[in-house]
Design a protein around this ligand. Structure first.
Ligand code: OGA
Ligand code: MN
Length: 298
């Protein structure tokens, strides 16, 4: 069977029209979904009505699952019965938050601050505010391919330092600061800022809101360069903004995309989403001549 697909935009993404994710799926369909995912970077499925167990079981067909580590002193943001599900939500029950509020309000890819960034993520919308709460997605393969050659020469084959410790308070101002123990558990990691996709072989720009420094570039200049690269990657020609409907599920590839939750009025409205996360492997960059660099933790 070939999947019936409809592009979401010229930049990125396709909607899968012919699959009900809640139904039993054969290996052939899973292989088709994976191929379409690699082609389009993000896939949208509409009207998905499934249990957390089905959400987890489907994701597992695509790879091993990553369990989001909780930060010790706050309530866990994982589903109480399914730790493989991270709850992205501003909903409170009995005054207690049931998920992570303001998750991803800023351009990033999931796990970019970890030694093993996440391969993919599958976010399912259970409750969405009317007319807001969108998520934007950027195609970082296209962004890489359109880089100014002079900028590309400055970053090609270089590593960048991604730091939870330095950026935590900035990216999550509503969360408590990290404890010393948490800091020790989330060491800085150097990732290739031009990254070879392990399945397609294509190069993507790999930068995001946890990146703080580029190898060989003075700190302040590197910060400005990271900002310029981010602005470049999120130009309209590389991005698609999704207006969620209840039941939408989006599967994205963190190796060749970035995404950003667009801030909404979270005092007035509830937004409730559940995410499964696919474990990734060590990012690397393979130069056309064959030289290879990969991520490391000093
Ligand atoms: C995420 C994330 C954005 C959103 O779940 O990884 O960044 O719009 N979410 O909820
Ligand atoms: Mn995210």
């Amino acid at each position: 069977m070939t999947l019936e697909l409809r592009p979401l935009s010229d930049a990125i993404g396709a909607e899968v029209l012919s699959v009900d994710l809640a139904s039993p799926l054969g290996d052939g369909v899973i292989a088709d979904i994976r191929a379409a995912w690699l082609d389009h970077n993000i896939l949208l499925f509409r009207d998905v009505d499934w249990t957390p167990a089905q959400h987890v079981a489907f994701t597992r067909r695509l790879g091993g699952l990553h369990i989001m580590p909780g930060l010790a002193h706050e309530t866990s943001t994982n589903h109480p019965d399914y730790p493989e599900i991270m709850v992205v939500s501003n909903v409170k029950r009995n005054g207690v938050p049931i998920g992570l509020r303001r998750a991803g309000w800023g351009w990033h890819s999931d796990g970019e601050d970890k030694r093993l960034p996440n391969m993919g993520s599958l976010l399912h919308a259970l409750k969405v505010p009317p007319g807001q709460g969108d998520t934007a997605f950027a195609n970082t393969t296209k962004a890489y391919e359109a880089l100014d050659p002079a900028i590309c020469a400055r970053i090609e084959g270089k590593l960048g330092r991604f730091s939870r410790v330095e950026r935590h308070n900035h990216n999550y101002p509503d969360l408590p600061p990290l404890t010393e123990e948490e800091k020790a558990g989330r060491p800085d990691v150097w990732h290739p800022v031009t990254r070879t996709h392990p399945e397609t072989g294509r190069t993507a720009l790999y930068i995001g809101r946890w990146a703080v420094e580029i190898e060989g570039v003075p700190k302040a200049e590197g910060e400005a360069l990271i900002e310029d690269l981010t602005q470049h990657a999120v130009k309209p020609e590389f991005t698609y903004t999704h207006r969620w409907r209840k039941g939408d599920a989006i599967l994205w590839d963190n190796r060749c995309t970035q995404h950003c939750a667009l801030p909404f009025d979270d005092e007035a409205y509830e937004r409730h989403m559940q995410r499964t996360t696919l474990e990734g492997d060590t990012p690397f960059y393979e130069a056309p001549g064959g030289a290879r660099i990969e991520s490391y933790v000093p």
